[in-house]
Design a protein. Structure first.
Length: 332
């Protein structure tokens, strides 16, 4: 099935040259586009790998110049603006930049903002979304480029990174519960921009810490935020990645959304993955929302599972779990 809007909008597609696709996801229908000319810009490792498996050239950052670009809008407005500005800056002057998005992703707001800045084509509305285009011009949207934020002293984030405006409360509670001395070989699974990893490295006993993160932009932030030589940075889908040797300890604040939809199965996959990364005497420290159905998965993966109460007191929204001694599972 063709993309509901792309098939109607590509009348101005250049006859040759590279076409950039900004943030297409794994299942985005690209059948109306010339496959050999497509270059996807996607830094989320599961989507990156799925697009590569389809034979699409893909990289986590633009490698222009391009003759045209299509931006698939994310929900976060600052990230959407940054992607559009990046597309405008990497397409040859005058080349078309299409913007495609659902109403629930804020496409109407983006269209209104762009109309105040550049000439925009009439939008095509279909399937609860819109697509429109404008001509790239040097510097015209430079103020939309992603601006670094400082969510905590000494830390930097970028638009689109999880909890970019401040330390996630769940991670802060988990840090409260970590013991003063931790195992020598550790991993932070789903490390984000590195705040929790920095708290781990402040404990005694740490010889190495792997920061495993699927979002390339977040991992880039973590590299700047955690300059400790004991840290190693791994761009990977944590649900399928395995270390060369198992860890003695893992910390994690697993995601539980896939796109807009809550997906407890994602957090459950993180639990199973963490258990598989640990030695048979290893320990997992994890934070999650209390309402999420993780207890059964934890008990299927670990011999010992216990709730840990933060020094500040039991939290009504978050649960801190210490799970010890993984139960060997069949290989995935």
């Amino acid at each position: 099935m063709s993309h509901p809007r792309l098939s109607l909008a590509l009348d101005a597609l250049p006859a040759e040259g590279r076409i950039a696709l900004f943030r297409p996801v794994a299942g985005t229908d690209l059948s109306d586009l010339p496959a050999g000319r497509l270059y996807a810009v996607q830094g989320f490792r599961p989507d990156h790998d799925a697009l590569a498996a389809r034979g699409i050239a893909v990289a986590p950052a633009p490698e222009g110049p391009y003759t045209a670009a299509i931006v698939f809008l994310p929900r976060a407005k600052a990230e959407a603006r940054a992607l559009i500005a990046s597309a405008c800056a990497t397409v040859v002057p005058g080349g078309p930049v299409w913007v495609d998005g659902l109403k629930t992703d804020g496409v109407d707001s983006v269209l209104k903002d762009l109309r105040a800045r550049v000439p925009v084509s009439d939008p095509i509305a279909k399937a609860h979304g819109k697509i429109f285009r404008f001509a790239a011009a040097p510097g015209v949207l430079s103020d939309w480029q992603g601006q670094p934020a400082s969510p905590a002293p000494g830390f930097t984030t970028l638009p689109g990174v999880f909890s970019a405006d401040g330390v996630d409360r769940g991670s802060a509670l988990l840090a409260e519960c970590l013991p003063a001395t931790l195992p020598a070989r550790m991993a932070d699974v789903g490390a984000g921009w590195g705040w929790l990893a920095a708290q781990v490295l402040a404990r005694k006993g740490i010889e190495s810490l792997d920061l495993i993160e699927a979002e390339h932009a977040a991992l880039d932030c973590a590299k700047r935020n955690v300059p400790d030589p004991r840290a190693r940075f791994v761009w990977a889908d944590a649900t399928v990645w395995m270390p060369e040797s198992r860890y003695s300890g893992v910390v994690m604040n697993p995601p539980f959304h896939t796109g807009r939809a809550a997906d407890p199965g994602l957090g459950q996959a993180f639990i199973r993955a963490a258990a598989g990364m640990l030695s048979l005497s290893g320990t997992l420290w994890m934070v999650a929302n209390r309402h999420l159905p993780y207890d059964e998965t934890l008990r299927a993966c670990f011999h010992e599972v216990a709730e840990v109460t933060p020094p500040s007191g039991r939290d009504s929204a978050f649960r801190i779990t210490r799970a010890e001694r993984p139960i060997p599972q069949r290989r995935r």
